[in-house]
Design a protein around this ligand. Structure first.
Ligand SMILES: [Zn+2]
Length: 118
């Protein structure tokens, strides 16, 4: 299956051609390197490959991009609704930093204020 496509990729690799792809990321797009063996997988499901690059689950990757790398409060308001405040600090966090901080409390819910966060 897909033997023909694999042969083409192998030919490109032998010619010294390397692969990269522009994927959605906070701030717009980012170019990520692609291993030759990931090229065909990327064509089938680019989001899965991009998420794996950032060591996120696909749902986390989509959220990280949609929130522009802004970590959001994980607490609930008194009425039980999800708090919509961001966690104090920078936006466009790296995938790792975002994953660490997403769900932390905002300043209202006892988290750091923006002054503390500096
Ligand atoms: Zn909050």
């Amino acid at each position: 299956m897909r033997a023909e496509e694999r042969r083409v990729v192998e030919k490109l690799v032998k010619a010294g051609i390397e692969f990269s792809a522009a994927v959605s990321a906070p701030g717009g797009a980012e170019t990520i390197p692609l291993e030759a063996e990931m090229v065909l997988a990327y064509l089938d499901d680019w989001k899965a490959v991009a998420a794996a690059h950032y060591q996120l689950e696909v749902e986390e990757y989509e959220l990280w991009v949609a929130l522009d790398g802004r970590a959001m409060c994980g607490e609930r308001t008194r009425s039980g609704a999800q708090c919509k405040n961001p966690v104090s600090g920078r936006i466009q966090l790296s995938a790792f930093d975002w994953l660490m901080r997403h769900g932390d409390p905002c300043a209202v819910h006892g988290g750091e204020t923006s002054t503390d966060a500096r």
